[in-house]
Write a new protein. Structure first.
Ligand SMILES: Cc1cc2nc3c(=O)[nH]c(=O)nc-3n(C[C@H](O)[C@H](O)[C@H](O)COP(=O)(O)O)c2cc1C
Length: 202
C-alpha cells in the first residue's frame, strides 16, 4: 500500500453478507482509481442485553471501525441493510458516538455515498439510503449519488438507484447480485474515489 494514496473508508454493517458483497464491489470501484485505497471497516452488532460485549477484533471479515478512521479518510462509503426502511441500529449507534468528530469537523468537506440491501424489492431501499445521508450531512460530508449517465439505472429490475447502490437479496437472502447492481456499485465507488482525488487537488 502506497502511504501517499488517498484512503476511502467503506464502512458497513452486514448480518448475513448481502451488504458486505456490495461493500466489496464499491471497494473494487474505489481501487480502480489510481492513487486510491479502500479501507473496509464494520461495526459490532448491538444487543438489548447491555452486558453483552463483542470481541475487540471480529472473528472474520473487516475489522471494526475506529474513530480515527473518520479523521484519516479522504472519503466515505456508508452501507447498511434495510431495517424497517431505515439503517440498522448497529450503524446508527456508531454514528451516535461521533459527537467529537462532528464538533471538530473531522469529516467536513469530504465526499460520501451510501449503499443498502433489502429483503423485498419495494421494502425501503430509497428510504434507507436517504436515512443514511442525514448524519452525513450533519457531519458536513458532500453526499454523491449516481447520475443517469449510468445506463443500468434504466435497465435494472432489482437494486441500483440514483441515491446510491443497492441490492435486492430476496426473502431468504439467496439472490445473487445482478449484473446491473454490480455495475452500479462499482460505478459509485469509482465516482466517490474520483471526487476525492479532485477535491484533494483543489
Ligand atoms: C429486523 C429486520 C428488519 C428488516 N426490515 C426490512 C425492510 O423494512 N424491508 C426489506 O425489504 N427488508 C428488510 N429486512 C431484510 C434485510 O434488509 C435483508 O435481508 C438484507 O439484505 C440483509 O442484509 P445483510 O445480508 O447485509 O445482513 C429486515 C431484516 C431484519 C432482520
Amino acid at each position: 500500500m502506497n502511504q501517499a494514496n488517498l484512503i476511502i473508508l467503506v464502512l458497513f454493517y452486514s448480518r448475513h453478507g448481502a451488504t458486505r458483497k456490495l461493500a466489496e464491489l464499491i471497494a473494487q470501484g474505489i481501487e480502480s482509481v489510481p492513487g486510491c485505497d479502500a479501507r473496509l471497516r464494520t461495526v459490532p452488532a448491538i444487543s438489548t442485553v447491555t452486558e453483552a460485549t463483542a470481541p475487540e477484533v471480529p472473528a472474520e471479515g473487516a475489522p471494526y471501525v475506529e474513530l480515527d478512521d473518520l479523521a484519516e479518510c479522504d472519503g466515505l462509503a456508508l452501507g447498511s441493510p434495510t431495517r424497517f426502511g431505515n439503517m440498522a441500529s448497529a450503524m446508527k449507534y456508531f454514528w451516535d458516538g461521533t459527537a467529537a468528530q462532528w464538533l471538530s469537523g473531522a469529516l467536513a468537506g469530504k465526499p460520501a455515498c451510501v449503499f443498502t440491501s433489502t429483503g423485498s424489492l419495494h421494502g425501503g431501499q430509497e428510504t434507507t439510503l436517504l436515512s443514511m445521508m442525514i448524519p452525513l450531512f450533519h457531519h458536513g460530508l458532500m453526499v454523491l449519488g449516481l447520475p443517469y449517465t449510468n445506463p443500468e439505472l434504466m435497465t435494472t429490475a432489482s437494486g441500483g438507484t440514483p441515491y446510491g447502490a443497492s441490492h435486492w437479496s430476496g426473502l431468504d437472502g439467496a439472490k445473487a447480485i445482478t449484473e446491473d447492481e454490480k455495475r452500479l456499485a462499482i460505478a459509485l465507488g469509482k465516482r466517490l474515489a474520483e471526487t476525492a482525488v479532485k477535491l484533494r487537488g483543489a
